[in-house]
Write a new protein. Sequence first.
Length: 148
Amino acid sequence: MVSRTHFAFDATWRVAAPPGDLFAALAAVEDYPRWWPQVVGVQRLSDEHGMATIRSRLPVSLRLVLSRAVQDEARGVLRVDIAGDLVGFAAFTVVPEDGGGARADYRQEVRVAARHLRLGALLAPRLLRANHEHMMRAGETGLQRLLG
């Protein structure tokens, strides 16, 4: 945790699929609800922007405006800027794994922007972190099923 309302999250996902397939799946944000249970909806706003609705174990939904910042398949880098209930960025870096398959290293840095969510961030940061970890595990499992 960076501060009481600023969070940094890291995760590593591994799949038994070529890096290009993993990159393509992660780049197709509008398809996330098919394989990532906590991404309950994605609406395309333009070629570069979309609205995502996220809901995990906590009784609150996040509405996030995602703006494509980087989509570089040659370097394996995907990054979106985040606005809405959270403000910051999220990024995946896709690399081949020794012995086959691919790995996606995830980094998210956000600030809780929505007033109604700040109290939870201030009072229960460990709960928010555990909720995020649950969401990321479910995302990895869904992606493994999709690509496996």
